[in-house]
Design a protein around this ligand. Structure first.
Ligand SMILES: Cc1ncc(COP(=O)(O)OP(=O)(O)O)c(N)n1
Ligand SMILES: Cc1nc(C(=O)O)sc1CCOP(=O)(O)O
Ligand SMILES: [Mg+2]
Length: 547
């Protein structure tokens, strides 16, 4: 099907770009203009959106911790499109580099032409450039197809110590690439190699190295001091031709550092592509890498001494064995325990004691409904309750507060008609978390389904003292919602051992269970009351199926 698309350009864009590429001796790149905001991305009026784009020119890492694979993941994590020109294919893992196969120069040229002539990346980032010929081809291509910024990661040696680009490459780096670079990001070894092998042992050495590399032609130089023995912190030095900036962070104890350099450079490129200033790009990229390293410090991939890290910061939580998380099962709604701080206070128990007793008594799902708790106290309580629930394989939901659910990685959120809309909660929490919505009418049930909820809470079935001014919909109201609902339903409001049976025997398949507060928590023994209610519910199911 054809469609029309209208792109409205900010007119400052075209003259600046053209000027940059046509003036003799002008720099190929125009990052300064971007930073002065003379260049901005096209404004888009209709259905098409121009998104930031980084082209990475680098080697493939079969272990996917570094190289092209790291660049793709880092850009994806930062919300930036990434295209690739592969310069070499390496066989490597967490032990080291077992083989390198260099892509023929003509084919590197062909890949560059394909991407640059059509897709117009905002920023080019370079990694492993294994021959002087490839460096030359790249600089020619960039002259032919100017981009807004060039980020050069002068990869020479892998983290395992294997040589990825020999010393012969140094001259072409110095002559061809650094004068075009908006930023170059050497580690200590690479900075030393670029400067003829001078020793770099202190932060003062790093500063003078940054200045000397700047003198070669790079506009900005970030010397990474991760390997600096003299410092207990990790210190990186940025020199912009005028000022020095030191970025300090405490060292993260982990074996999973493979690909950190590639990731930092591609994250800087991603931020530049998004229009950030260079300083902000470096700061943001560093924060991202540090967060990902910290998050991934315990993950185990491979048997070597340098593991990859998790760019998307998802793997640990998605590991069902580690997190105890499993997909939502509507039968989890059978005995839904909802906590209440006033009742816990009255009976002198902590929220964790209450939750522990409920899950040990057979609650199949728990909701923390802490209406007036301080955010910090609520978060701490939620983390402790989550541990208990995970041990029992019981999902834990948070009432109203998507922020708390996100912060403690709870299994989901329950919202009402005046809380955050379910579709917004879904966007925040992603596709896998459980979202419940309170509905009193068939119309509300239909909206909840459209907005991506997983279940409906319908009530009040009976009058309740637990929730002020609650409207009672009765068994009929519940039945109407259940009949209209495409989602499983849990009944709520005034339900307990004495009146749960008529609810469960309504005879509507979407009704999966009862949610209760006072019947469990406004009692002396939460454990016993939960066990008893569970028995009643299971008996009603047996009776209903026998009918
Ligand atoms: C399972 C379940 N159903 C309904 C509610 C009520 O939610 P809401 O209408 O948002 O009211 P508050 O609980 O926030 O006062 C619920 N919490 N759980
Ligand atoms: C939190 C809540 N929501 C309701 C609704 O009708 O949506 S009734 C309710 C309170 C339920 O407490 P109890 O089990 O003590 O009656
Ligand atoms: Mg609510």
């Amino acid at each position: 099907m054809g469609y029309t698309c209208t792109l409205v350009y900010n007119f400052s864009l075209l003259p600046s770009r053209l000027a940059t590429s046509t003036f003799q001796n002008a720099r190929v790149l125009n990052l300064e203009a971007v930073q002065r905001e003379e260049i901005s991305r096209p404004l888009v009026t209709m259905s098409q959106i121009r998104i930031p784009h980084v082209l990475t020119v680098a080697g493939s890492d079969s272990g996917a911790g570094a190289g092209i694979q790291a660049d793709l993941k880092a850009c994806a994590a930062r919300g930036v499109y990434c295209s690739t020109v592969i310069t070499a294919v390496t066989a490597q893992n967490t032990v080291g580099v077992q083989g390198v196969n260099i892509v023929p120069e003509d084919f590197v040229r062909e890949q560059l032409g394909s991407v640059l002539s059509d897709m117009h990346p905002d920023v080019v980032k370079t990694g492993m450039l294994p021959s002087t010929g490839i460096v030359k081809i790249l600089s020619q291509s960039l002259r032919e197809f100017p981009v807004r910024a060039l980020v050069v990661d002068p990869v020479m040696v892998s983290t395992s110590g294997d040589v990825l680009a020999g010393p012969s490459i140094l001259d072409s780096f110095r002559e061809e690439l650094l004068p075009m670079a908006d930023i170059v990001t050497p580690n200590l070894k690479e900075a030393s190699a670029l400067l003829g092998g001078i020793p770099l042992e202190t932060v003062a050495d790093m500063r003078s190295a940054a200045k000397s590399i700047h003198d070669i032609g790079a506009r900005n130089v970030l010397v990474k001091g991760g390997d600096l023995a003299a410092s207990s912190d990790a210190v990186d030095v940025l020199f912009d031709g005028k000022d020095f900036y030191e970025f300090r962070s405490s060292r993260i104890k982990t074996r999973n550092t493979h690909g950190t350099g590639c990731t930092l450079a591609s994250s800087i490129a991603a931020e530049l592509a998004r229009g950030s200033s260079l300083f902000f790009a470096v700061k943001t990229a560093k924060r991202y890498v540090e967060t990902a390293l910290d998050y991934s410090k315990d993950i185990l991939i491979g048997n070597g001494c340098q593991g990859p890290f998790d760019h998307m910061m998802k793997l640990k939580n998605n590991d069902m064995k580690l997190s105890g998380h499993r997909p939502f099962d509507p039968n989890d709604l059978l005995l839904y325990a909802v906590t209440d701080p006033r009742m816990n206070k009255k009976w002198g128990r902590s929220i964790t004691d209450a939750v522990k007793a409920a899950v040990e008594g057979g609650a199949t799902i728990v909701q923390l409904r802490e209406k007036d708790a301080d955010t910090r106290d609520f978060l701490e309580a939620a983390k402790s309750c989550l541990e208990i629930c995970r041990r029992h394989g019981v999902p834990l939901l948070i009432n109203d507060r998507a922020d708390i659910a996100l912060a403690c990685d709870a299994d989901g959120v329950h919202v009402g008609q005046s809380d955050m809309p379910a579709r917004v909660v879904r966007t925040l929490l992603g596709p896998d978390k459980i979202i419940g919505v309170s509905c009193k009418t068939p119309k509300q049930a239909q909206v909840a389904w459209i907005e991506g909820a997983d279940y409906i809470g319908c009530g009040g079935v009976y009058p309740t003292n637990t929730k002020e001014n609650n409207i009672t919909v009765g068994l009929d109201g519940l039945k109407n919602v259940c009949l209209a609902s495409k989602l499983p339903v849990v009944a709520i409001g005034g339900i307990g051992i004495s009146n749960a049976q008529p609810v469960m025997e309504l005879g509507v398949p979407s009704l999966k269970g009862v949610a209760v507060v006072s019947a469990l928590f406004d009692r002396e023994s939460v454990l016993r009351e939960t066990q008893n209610l569970r028995r009643v519910l299971l008996d009603s199911i047996t009776t209903a199926t026998a009918k």
